[in-house]
Structures are given as structure tokens and as C-alpha cells.
Design a protein around this ligand. Structure first.
Ligand code: M6R
Length: 602
């Protein structure tokens, strides 16, 4: 959570910082702030509640005539302290000398305050202010700024994940950077250097980035970058060149990223096939070490959160049915503190869009300590989960910016299918079927108007809704419900349809929207029965059925692909319905309240 960006040695820092913050807004958007300085010592601190656009207006107005050549900025997802201007970052020391932005949580901030900062006047309720006041204290005790910064870091509780960026007003073009289990990159160019939580936020300045490792401290100046590792040794880390088209991170003509990302799913499916199959249709890109390690396991444990967890529920079917390996799927935040009894030879698969989810990282830490092998399937490669697992495979959805995950879900399902097919025989030509999936995803996304109409008629003024299904459709129903509730705020439950009569059916009232996903032949008859049962109690039933199972009166007929791949199609109407219902309510589709894209705190 929280996005950090900093630049130094650029002619005019503010536009870089504001543009960077816009791109980092997916990491949190409760409040934002910027600190600017120039070599002469002139400076400005501007903070604002709400979105980056509000900060931008204020910052541009308040800095007229002043061009900072260096600066740091932050977009916040509140952890300690309410959403207020005082709690927004940058936080500053009492004497206005040090300014700091922070991503993470300082678990022992109270102890540090009691031990070192008695009598210091705090203006915010944040743990971050403790960090900046500590640097100030150690500096007043006679330490040089790098030492004071290092000492502050050394006092943090060992569990604290952090990214820090500090400016000392007495040396205003130097940025002090520290990173542990929170992504932070240094961007290098011959017209200034940068620090950022996500490379995409700085591509207007450079495409060359140095990836900091956990425990690193970096000193970034206009023309130099010096990095020290955890042991305090100076190290040389080679930059990599980011292969990203700036247009990938732009909305283009789309009103919202979510719609763009829904539309990209057909292309993503083709890209994944292009990556994992050669021209002759042979699998490629999955190292034999990975399949060998998985084949040695007697059970797979898929661990993930949110949408990625839902993708894992689909993947389970492929690993069990094709690879014949028993597979369990677990919610990371539960597994981390209540580890179930494991099999003799477990193998862990972590699924994650961001590769930074703190709950999953906690589990990975635990399983590594126990010596179990792990593979991460992530959309963001070079992320913590990909680096720290034994193996990693790319999910290849491309940058996903909207908080509501769409293309990363389909990509995770696709890559799991391909991986499972590398372990066992699906019994059909998966590559050919995936080509069909891409065509049909395209066909469904081309019918936006139908889903807009359904969303507007079925969900107008509704405060609750249901998605039901059986088998794989029950798993898709969970994802469909999450999509609708997280952005439209309509309380939606995803349900295994057979469970309705065991309690939940009492919630059905006149007009309650019940969406039924009907793509699995074995249970189609039962599901039709459940649709009739809720209709008899007044529900407004909206059925999305695959072609061979469709009946008159169904709201939409899904094109047919292999039944096990139907989740890839069944989820698309649900994504579009969530999008249009949210738009109809006048809400911000891409930035739902209280959420952040990358959940880097537990
Ligand atoms: O980056 P991850 O896939 O690990 O994130 C896990 C969840 O936070 C995420 O899937 C979340 O549920 C979605 N953004 C919801 O659309």
C-alpha cells in the first residue's frame, strides 16, 4: 500500500512527481503530498486529502514561480491515523529539517517513541512521523544524515516491511532511500535520477532502473547513485531496461482502466499462448526443474488472496484432473497463522497479480523456513514473491491498473491450465482450445451494450445481489460477486447454489437480483431447479448459460468452449456488469473507496 516517488537533478520536479503519483494512485488514494526543494534551499510542502488530482491543483497554485529541482511525493492508504492532511505524507521533523515518505508499517513505533522521543511534539497520528523525528534526534545527537538514517532503520522491529525516502533540507538534492519487503526502484538517467515504488510511474524520465534488495540503503544524487547492502557494504547493482510501452499504462480512449483491461483479455490470452507454445504447438517457457519439482510432490497447496484466490479455485481442477495431483487452495491470511496439517511432500504455488501481497509473503516466508519448495505465478515479475520463491512463471496480463482485477484473473487461470497440461494430459488440444477461448472472449466483450442494459435494469436501486453456480461456476460466482461488490458497493454474495436452501434463501425478496452461471453439464439440471426456487420467492433471476445448456428466457448465451475452460468466458459478463452498474451509480470505477491495488500490509 502507498506509493512513493522521488526525483533529483531534473529541471522541474513537480510535473514528474505529480505524473508519477497519478500512476501510483492504484497503491492508495486517501491523501497525497509532495515536498519540493532546490539547491539554494528554497522549499515547499503541500499535502491534500483525497485524490492526486486535488493535490495537483493545490501544488500548482501554491508553487507558482518556484521550480524545485528535487522532491519526494506520496499517495497514501491509511494504516495509522485517519485520513487527514496532518497524517498525509511527507511527514517532517519538528524543526522542518527532514522530510520523509514511507510505505509500510512500523510495528514498534510506540516503543521507539517511549525510548527516544520523550518530549517531542508530534503533529500527526502516524507511525511515519516517528521515523522522521528519530532521524532528526540522531542528527541532533551529532550523527551525519546517512548515519542517522541508518540508525533509524536499524531500530525498526524485524517484522517491519518498509520503503523510505528522506530529504535533508540542508542537502536538498540528495535522496536517502531504504527498502525491505516493499518494492522500491532507483531510476537512472543522464538528466536526473528517480526513486519509485513502480517503474511505470517514472517512465517519462527513464526506462533504466536499479532494483533495490531488502536491507539496501541508497543515496541518490542528481548525478550519482550509491548503494549499501544490509551489511553496510557498498555494492554495485546493474540497472535493467524496462520493456514497457508507455501506452500500456495509459487509458488511451477508454474512460476507465477497468474497461480497457476487460477488453484486453482476448489479446492477453493470445499473448500467453504465444509465450508458452512454440510454432509447432509444443510447450515452452516452463523449465523442466519446475515440472520435476512439482512431480515429486504428493499434494499442491495454492496460496493467494482475493481474486487470485478465486483463480486458484479454478486451477485446482486442472491440477487434479489433468496432472492427477491432489490440490488444496488456501486464503493466504488464514494459512499464515493457522497452517493446516500438510502432506509429506507438499509443493506450494503462490498466485498474485502484484507479487507483493503481504499475506502471501508471510506464508512464503513460513514455508521457506520449513524447507518446502514454492513456485510463484505473478503478473509483476521481479516482485518480492517471484524473487523469494524457488521458481517463478509470468502471468503476462500486462500492467493492470484498475483496483478491480480482471485480466490478471483470466491470465492466472490460463497459466495454471498451461502448467497443469505440462504435468499431465488434458485429453484435448489445449493450445487449439485456448485460441478459441481468445476468440470467444473477444465476442463477449464486443457485446458491452447487452451487459450495460442488464446492469442498469437489474441492479438499479438494489442494495444486494447474488451470484450462484455449481462446480466451477460456484468458483466463478465468488469472483463475480467480488467484482460487483468491491466497486459498486452493492452487497453481493457468491454462492454454491446448493447451499441456498441451507440458510441464505431467506434473504431473497421481491426483485432481488440473482445471477446464475450455468456452464457445467453435470449439474445444469440442479442449478435450473435452484433458479426456479429463488424465482418462486420473488427473485429477479438472470441466467448466463453456455450454448448447449441455454433455454428460452436466459439473459445471455455464452459461446461454448471446453467445459473446464468455461470459467474464462463466464467471468466476462460479470466483469462488465460490475463495471456498468458502478458507472450507473456515478462511482469511480477504478478507485473504489477504502481499497488499494497492491495490499502490502497484513
Ligand atoms: O496482487 P494480488 O493478486 O496478490 O492481490 C490479491 C488481492 O488483493 C486482489 O486480487 C484483490 O482481491 C483484487 N484487486 C480484487 O479485484
Amino acid at each position: 500500500m502507498c506509493g512513493i516517488v522521488g526525483v533529483t537533478g531534473v529541471g522541474d520536479a513537480l510535473p514528474y512527481l505529480l505524473q508519477g503519483l497519478q500512476k501510483l494512485e492504484y497503491r492508495g488514494y486517501d491523501s497525497a503530498g509532495v515536498y519540493l526543494s532546490d539547491a539554494s534551499g528554497k522549499d515547499a510542502l503541500i499535502k491534500e486529502k483525497g485524490r492526486v488530482s486535488k493535490l495537483a491543483e493545490k501544488a500548482i497554485a501554491e508553487t507558482k514561480g518556484f521550480k524545485g529541482t528535487a522532491g519526494i511525493a506520496h499517495t497514501r492508504w491509511a494504516t495509522h491515523g485517519n485520513v487527514t492532511v496532518e497524517n498525509a505524507h511527507p511527514q517532517k521533523s519538528a524543526d522542518n529539517r527532514f522530510f520523509l515518505v514511507h510505505n509500510g508499517v512500523i510495528e514498534n513505533y510506540k516503543e521507539l517513541t517511549d525510548t527516544y522521543l520523550q518530549g517531542v511534539h508530534f503533529v500527526s497520528e502516524t507511525d511515519t512521523e516517528v521515523a522522521v523525528q528519530l532521524v532528526d534526534k540522531f542528527s541532533k545527537d551529532g550523527m551525519a544524515t546517512p548515519d542517522a538514517f541508518r540508525k533509524m532503520i536499524s531500530l525498526l522491529d524485524g517484522n517491519s516491511a518498509y520503503g523510505f525516502l528522506l530529504v535533508d533540507h540542508e542537502d536538498p538534492e540528495t535522496l536517502y532511500v531504504a527498502k525491505k519487503k516493499s518494492p522500491l526502484l532507483v531510476g537512472v538517467s543522464d538528466h536526473g535520477n528517480a526513486v519509485t515504488s513502480d517503474a511505470a510511474a517514472m517512465i517519462d524520465l527513464t526506462k533504466d532502473f536499479i532494483e533495490l534488495r531488502d536491507g539496501d540503503i541508497a543515496i541518490v544524487k542528481p548525478k550519482s547513485v550509491t548503494i549499501y547492502d544490509e551489511a553496510g557494504e557498498q555494492v554495485n547493482r546493474e540497472p535493467f531496461t524496462l520493456e514497457i510501452d508507455p501506452e500500456d499504462t495509459d487509458k488511451g480512449a477508454y474512460p476507465y482502466y477497468m474497461l480497457k483491461e476487460i477488453d484486453e483479455q482476448a489479446v492477453v490470452a493470445r499473448n500467453i499462448a504465444g509465450h508458452y507454445y512454440d510454432d509447432e504447438g509444443n510447450l515452452q517457457g516452463i523449465a523442466p526443474e519446475i515440472t520435476d519439482a512439482i512431480k515429486k510432490a504428493d499434494r499442491l497447496y495454492i496460496v493467494a488472496a482475493g481474486t487470485s484466490y478465486h483463480a486458484g479455485l479454478i486451477g485446482k481442477r486442472y491440477f487434479e484432473q489433468w496432472a492427477k495431483i491432489p490440490t488444496e487452495v488456501h486464503i493466504a491470511s488464514e494459512f499464515a497463522y493457522d497452517q493446516p496439517m500438510l502432506s509429506d511432500k507438499p509443493f506450494f504455488i503462490f498466485l498474485s497479480q502484484s507479487g507483493e501481497t503481504a499475506d502471501s509473503r508471510e506464508v512464503l516466508d513460513n514455508v521457506k523456513k520449513q524447507g518446502f519448495p514454492a513456485l510463484t505465478l505473478a503478473n509483476v515479475m521481479n516482485s518480492t514473491l517471484t524473487r523469494e520463491a524457488d521458481f517463478a512463471l509470468p502471468v503476462l496480463a500486462g500492467p493492470e491498473i484498475a483496483v478491480a482485477s480482471t485480466k490478471a484473473y483470466t491470465a492466472q487461470v490460463l497459466v495454471q491450465a498451461i502448467l497443469a497440461s505440462a504435468l499431465g494430459n488434458p485429453g484435448f488440444d489445449l493450445k487449439a482450445e485456448l485460441a478459441k477461448v481468445a476468440v470467444e472472449i473477444q465476442a463477449i466483450t464486443d457485446e458491452k451494450e447487452s451487459f450495460k442494459k442488464i446492469a442498469e435494469s437489474a441492479l438499479k436501486n438494489q442494495h444486494s445481489a447474488f451470484y450462484i453456480g455449481r462446480g466451477l461456476d460456484a468458483a466463478v460466482a465468488l469472483e463475480a460477486a467480488l467484482k460487483l461488490k468491491e466497486i459498486s458497493y452493492i452487497q453481493t454474495e457468491g454462492f454454491a447454489a446448493g447451499e441456498l436452501k441451507h440458510g441464505t434463501i431467506s434473504l431473497i425478496e421481491d426483485g432481488t437480483p440473482v445471477f446464475a452461471l450455468l456452464t457445467q453439464k453435470k449439474t445444469a439440471g440442479l442449478l435450473r431447479g435452484e433458479v426456479a426456487q429463488v424465482a418462486a420467492r420473488g427473485a429477479n433471476t438472470i441466467v448466463f448459460a453456455s450454448e448447449s445448456l441455454a433455454k428460452d428466457g436466459d439473459a445471455y448465451v455464452l459461446p461454448e468452449v471446453n467445459e473446464l475452460l468455461m470459467p474464462l468466458l463466464a467471468v466476462i459478463p460479470a466483469q462488465l456488469i460490475a463495471y456498468y452498474a458502478t458507472l450507473d451509480r456515478g462511482l469511480d470505477v477504478d478507485r473504489p473507496r477504502n481499497l488499494a491495488k497492491s495490499v502490502t500490509v497484513q
